[in-house]
Write a protein that binds this ligand. Sequence first.
Ligand code: SF4
Ligand code: SF4
Length: 259
Amino acid sequence: MPLNFSCTMCGRCCHGLRLPLGMAEARTWLREGGDVEIFCEAIPWPQEPPADDGVAQHKRKRSFPTASGTLPVRVTVSLLATFAGACPNLRSDMSCGIYERRPMACRIYPAEVNPFLSVDPLQKLCPPEAWETATVLQNDAGNWADETVADAVVRRRGADYSEADAKGRLCDLLGVTEAGLTNEGVVTHTPEPSQLLAALDVVLVEASNESFKPDWVLVSHRPNTLALLASAGANLLHAGDLADSGRRFIAFVEPGIYA
Ligand code: SF4
Ligand code: SF4
């Protein structure tokens, strides 16, 4: 069955957001006075998955290779514009003040970038009437019917893949080394905006083939997880010991949904 959707301009998705940004988008957001956080999550990667394992290959493309102690891991880094209340670009009539150059994520919502996730209206902020329309969002074949959405999904996913290594270098430059575990939670880092902007300026212009620093620390709130990873030789920290105010552990309610 196709999934129907038509935006009601309710403005809910422009409030209290964590908005995923590409690196150039993050630089623009910071230059215009916005806040950007770095979210890090890691997955143990003791061996390469089969080439036909689509989910694992998707995770691989979004991450960079490094290590925690003697455990090989891949780390996925997300840059998120964060704001409490209304987005600084939201006008009083609920229209977007930067519509023509709004971030890709704003063009996509409520569609999904991850090709292995289906849209769940119950997990979206859109009101019920937005789904009661004849306008098709996703057709029977699973394709996005709207060209703007389809194009933005391709570009956002492409940036996730092509910028994975550069985000690793960004972390190296900023001294960011703590990550949550995929399916458990993330560690958020909030460097000074000027510091993050300077690091983005470097990684956006300088390509590098250097290996990533292998000093990642895996953070979990689950004793069983910590015990398992300790036996694999990882560097570990209990989530409760992240005392530095610039870093925070956020548990997932379910993968991709933060507590
Ligand atoms: S940039 Fe525009 S579309 Fe995106 S959250 Fe802000 S107001 Fe909404
Ligand atoms: S929450 Fe949904 S319906 Fe409301 S403005 Fe955002 S996309 Fe449109």
